[in-house]
Design a protein around this ligand. Structure first.
Ligand code: SAM
Length: 275
């Protein structure tokens, strides 16, 4: 069944949704592009999806067209009437929650694993992303994260060791998940266009390495990358037991943080987690 919807430009004009800079509003209006983004998590037919920041509902439409059962959290109440129209067009598929996604507890919203899809302002997206990937409990309640970031941030998320993009974000995103760069999105695809290019990362949870405290891994990467130009001997010396752990693991203390693999960070944290 093809559902005919008014063009997004018309929806934006009719509801007076002038883009708010404060809310980081850069809208995507190209429906083909939006369908391609909605396809990144794989088949969504009858699957629960959390969309954060639906705005006028471009990505929401694409998710609904793909058959998803969408829960959308939007902070800007001006967008709610436009989203209510989508609810009419796709009965029983959309639930809209008005509020700040940074303050809403997701655990109570779903009783089965859900995919998360979002095109969010940079600061909100990064804060949510690190929150969703942190903590000891694993596997998480979400089955995948498909998130738009500034391209430079997306590259830091998927970075391999050995370069300046490799840091805490890469280790966090990769130590028990697979993170890939799914699509680059040109700035001209947005209305209004942001200053920089964007890219979508897709993250799926993997196995939790045994015997590792997530908090300890954070402490190790915080110390190591806090002084990323220094040798590990210097950057890790404030972390009790860290230099002994390097010796026990045969990791040269003269190396710098960005040369270590994710697995080596995990090994260090594992040794320190036993203390
Ligand atoms: N998803 C739409 C699209 O792709 O065209 C809108 C994207 S726009 C970049 C970001 C959206 O997130 C805006 O609608 C904004 O109001 C909303 N937003 C910003 N901060 C938010 C927050 N903390 N919680 C929920 N929504 C937020």
């Amino acid at each position: 069944m093809t559902i005919s919807l008014p063009p997004l430009r018309e929806v934006i004009a009719r509801h007076g949704l002038t883009a708010s800079k404060a809310l980081g509003q850069n809208f995507l209006l190209d429906e083909q592009l939006l369908d391609r983004i909605a396809a990144i998590p794989g088949t969504l037919k009858d699957r629960p999806v959390l969309e954060v920041g639906p705005g006028p509902g471009g990505l929401t439409r694409a998710l609904l067209r793909a058959g998803a059962r969408v829960t959308a959290i939007e902070m800007d109440r001006r967008c709610l009437p436009a989203l209510a129209e989508l609810d009419e067009a796709f009965p029983c598929q959309l639930r809209v929650i008005e509020g700040d996604a940074l303050k809403i507890e997701l655990a109570g919203l779903f009783d089965e694993p859900f995919a998360i899809v979002a095109n969010l302002p940079y600061n909100v997206g990064t804060a949510l992303f690190t929150g969703w990937l942190s903590g000891q409990a694993w596997p998480p309640r979400w089955s995948s994260l498909t998130l738009m970031f500034q391209q430079e941030v997306a590259q830091r998320i998927v970075a391999a060791p050995g370069g300046s993009a490799f840091g805490r974000l890469a280790v966090l995103a990769q130590w028990r998940s697979q993170a890939k760069l799914a699509m680059k999105v040109h700035r001209s695809a947005f209305t209004p266009p942001p200053k920089v290019m964007s890219a979508i990362t897709h993250v799926t949870p993997g196995d939790m390495p045994a015997g590792v405290s997530a908090r300890m891994l954070e402490r190790v990467t915080e110390a190591a990358f806090g002084q990323r130009r220094k040798m590990l001997r210097q950057s890790l010396k404030g972390l009790p037991g860290a230099l002994d752990a390097l010796a026990a693991l045969g990791i040269d203390a003269e190396r710098r943080a960005e040369t270590l693999s994710v697995e080596e960070f995990v090994s260090i944290a594992r040794v320190l987690s036993q203390d």
